[in-house]
Structure formats: C-alpha cells, structure tokens
Design a protein around this ligand. Structure first.
Ligand SMILES: Cc1ncc(C[n+]2csc(CCOP(=O)(O)OP(=O)(O)O)c2C)c(N)n1
Ligand code: SF4
Length: 285
C-alpha cells in the first residue's frame, strides 16, 4: 500500500461480489461491455470491504448510467451530465460514505464536460468511472467526444469530421489525483484498478473502454487490441501527461497517482454559523 492510499476499514464478515447484487436484472443488450464493468465494480467493492449501506453510486442518464440500480449500494440516478456535482454535494455532506460516480462518455465528456473539468480541479474524494463506448448508446448511436472523426454511421455519414479528445490527458491537465484506463472485459485487472482508485484520496478518474455491441460491434476487436499494462504508474504529473499523449489510445493500466490533498483537507476551519451571520449582517443605520 502506498503512502497516499487510505486503508480499507475493518469489516467482520468478508464481503463477496454477491453482496453487491441488487436482484434487478440488467436490461443492457446481451454482450454489452457494461456487464463487465458492473462485475468488476462489485468485485472491487467486495475487496475494498465496506458494506453496501456505506456506499453510494451516483449516475446521470445513458445505458451505462443504469448501473447503480444493479447493485445493492445506495444509488442516485440523476440528470444527464450532472452526476458529478450531485456526487460532490453528497460527499461533502456525508464524508463517511464511499461515493462512486458512473456514466458514459456522452454523459461525462459532452453535456457533463464542464463538471468533469471542475471535479478534477476541486479534488473532492470521489471515484469517477466512465464507461466509454465512443458513442451515445441509449439515444441510438450519435458520435461522442471520444468517437473517431471518420466513424461512419447512418446518423453521421462519412464521420463527424471532429477529432476526439483524450480523457486521460484532460483529467491530468485539470488536476485529477488518480488517473487510469481499464478494459471492461478484463474483469479482474479492472477490479484491481478500481480498488486502487477507490482507496486513493481525492478525485480518482477511471476511463473504461466498454464496447457497445449494438452500435459499434467492431469494438469487440478491443479484446485483442487493448495494450494491457502499457500504462505505468507516474507520480509526476508532467511525466504522466507525456505518456498520455504518446501512448496508444487502447493502452490500459494506471497512469498517475498524485498526492494532492483532497478538497475537504484544504478547506479553512469552519467559523460557525454565528460568524457567518455576522459577516452578512445588514447595517440598519
Ligand atoms: C438534458 C438531456 N439531454 C439529452 C438527453 C438524451 N440523452 C439521454 S442518454 C444520452 C446519451 C447517452 O450516451 P452516453 O452517456 O455515452 O451513455 P451510453 O448510453 O452510451 O452508455 C442522451 C443524449 C437527456 N436525457 N437529457
Ligand atoms: S445500446 Fe450499446 S451501450 Fe446501450 S445497452 Fe446496448 S450495447 Fe450497451
């Protein structure tokens, strides 16, 4: 365990993946990569050792954002693109909860892109998992900010012509304290990454390549193409950024573990309600 990790709290009963199942059957298309992410997260939560009632999963809208309903942890299925501010509020109000945010690339990088930047910058102690299938699955196949410029589809014939961005580079530039990429069908390695992300203080970002078998069946080729372990852990942000910009976009592993203090540790000491009221007092005279 590195000096930056928080220890898993002691738990009397060893937890298993089953403890994190809700009994609700996923309605994802058979073969959707999100099944792998669900299983990895359930494994990771069991390994982390906090019981379901101490965990809250927050999501936006999209196929991937349905994930909280499939676990026994608390869940909040909110508004498209707004999961991160909801989760930050929850974590600040209830620091005792393990708060994990999940969603898609459309949800997090497009409509929620602004929140993504500022969540990295604020560094509230959250774990953010993006199931990146490079498409809007739920709304039937529009290109997202990670879709290749020349991806040809009925909705964007010949491709959108817009270059995708690198979520890892953006997270690093904006200040995320832990950055990694996993592959949905590598369940065990992804679970290991998620445990490390959950235990790392501050804002942890895990980009997961999660194939959409319905609108992007060619992504099943990722099983062969993913470059496992091609990312290695940097503690220097500039070195991590150089790696993020130079490696293959299908490279997986942990790329950065930083030591920024989490937002709650950088707040000034509370002054109390009376002092705040005094500060805003209107002078009647
Ligand atoms: C404010 C708002 N705008 C648009 C939508 C329509 N909408 C629902 S899900 C979605 C995109 C889903 O794509 P993504 O987040 O990548 O998730 P996926 O379905 O691929 O898992 C959109 C545009 C919405 N529900 N609310
Ligand atoms: S449309 Fe794509 S992302 Fe949505 S459930 Fe089906 S395979 Fe998964």
């Amino acid at each position: 365990m590195s000096i930056h990790e928080t220890a898993a709290p002691a738990c009397h009963q060893p937890l298993t993946l089953k403890d994190f199942k809700s009994g609700v059957e996923p309605i994802w298309c058979p073969g959707c990569g999100d099944f792998g992410v669900l299983q990895s997260l359930q494994r990771a939560l069991a390994a982390h050792g906090r019981p379901p009632h101490e965990v809250a999963l927050v999501s936006g809208i999209g196929c991937s954002s349905r994930l909280p309903a499939y676990t026994s942890a608390y869940g909040f299925h909110g508004v498209h693109g707004r999961a991160l501010p909801v989760a930050a509020g929850l974590k600040l109000a209830r620091p005792d909860l393990e708060v994990i945010v999940v969603g898609g690339d459309g949800d997090g990088y497009s409509i929620g892109g602004n929140h993504f930047l500022h969540a990295c910058r604020r560094n509230v102690n959250l774990t953010y998992i993006v199931m990146d299938n490079r498409v809007y699955g739920m709304t039937k196949g529009q290109p997202s900010p990670t879709t290749e410029a020349d991806w040809d589809s009925d909705i964007a014939p010949g491709g959108s012509g817009v270059q995708p961005f690198s979520p890892l580079a953006i997270a690093l530039a904006a200040g995320a304290n832990f950055v990694a990429r996993g592959f949905a069908l590598d369940v065990k390695p992804l679970a290991d990454i998620l445990v490390a992300a959950i235990r790392h203080p501050g804002f942890s970002f895990v980009e997961v390549l999660s194939p959409c078998i319905t609108f992007r069946p060619e992504e099943m080729e990722w099983k062969k193409a993913v470059q496992r372990g091609a990312l290695s852990v940097n503690t220097d942000r500039a070195a991590a950024m150089a790696m993020a910009l130079s490696v293959n976009e299908l490279a997986s592993g942990i790329i950065f573990q930083g030591d920024r203090p989490a937002y709650s540790e950088t707040l000034p000491a509370p002054t109390g309600l009376a002092a705040i009221e005094k500060e805003f007092e209107l002078n009647a005279a």
